[in-house]
Write a protein that binds this ligand. Structure first.
Ligand code: FE2
Ligand code: FE2
Length: 169
C-alpha cells in the first residue's frame, strides 16, 4: 500500500472511532456510557492516533514536505493542529478522572477538531504533497512508516482496541 493510501486508510479508522465517540457523547439518556468507554477510547487516541498516525506524519511526511516552501508552510499548520489535538487529549484524560468535569464537551471538541484536520489533509494537502514528492520519495516514506508503526503498535493491537471500543456502542 502506498504511503498516502496508508494515511488515508488510517483516517477512515480514526473517523470511524470519532463517530462512535460522538454517538456516546451525544447520548443524553445514558451519559455514563461515554465515561465507561473512556479507557479504551483514550488508549486508541494515544496509541493509534498519536503514537502511530501523527508520528508517521510528523517524523516522516512533514520533514519530506520541506522541499517545497508552500508545502513546508502547510506542514507547519498541520503540526500545530496535532499539538492542539494533544492538548485536547490531555483535557479529556483529566476530565475522564474527574466525575464533575465536562467530559462530553471535551470529547465533542476533540472529534470536531480531528474531523476538520483530516478533511484538510485528505482534500487539500495530500494530493499536492504526493505530486511534489514523486514515486521515489513516496516509497521512502512507506519504509519509514513501517518502522514507526512497528514501534507504536504491537501486532493485533488495533483490532483489539477497535473490538474493545465497539463493545460500548
Ligand atoms: Fe495530521
Ligand atoms: Fe492525518
Amino acid at each position: 500500500m502506498g504511503a498516502f493510501e496508508q494515511l488515508r486508510g488510517e483516517h477512515k479508522v480514526i473517523l470511524e472511532v470519532a463517530a462512535l465517540m460522538e454517538l456516546l457523547a451525544s447520548d443524553q439518556d445514558t451519559p455514563d456510557r461515554l465515561r465507561a468507554s473512556m479507557p479504551e477510547l483514550l488508549d486508541f487516541l494515544r496509541t493509534y492516533v498519536d503514537r502511530n498516525h501523527h508520528a508517521k506524519e510528523e517524523l516522516a511526511l512533514f520533514p519530506a514536505m520541506e522541499v517545497d516552501p508552500m508545502l513546508h508552510a502547510l506542514a507547519e499548520v498541520l503540526e500545530a493542529e496535532h499539538d492542539e489535538a494533544r492538548r485536547m487529549l490531555v483535557l479529556m484524560e483529566e476530565a475522564a478522572r474527574d466525575e464533575r468535569a465536562p467530559l462530553h464537551n471535551a470529547a465533542l471538541a476533540y472529534t470536531a477538531h480531528m474531523r476538520e484536520h483530516i478533511a484538510k489533509e485528505n482534500e487539500m494537502i495530500f494530493d499536492a504533497a504526493e505530486r511534489t514528492l514523486g514515486t521515489e520519495q513516496t516509497n521512502a516514506l512507506e519504509r519509514e512508516f513501517t518502522d514507526i508503526e512497528a514501534a507504536a503498535l504491537a501486532p493485533g493491537k488495533l483490532e483489539e482496541l477497535l473490538a474493545a471500543i465497539r463493545k460500548h456502542c
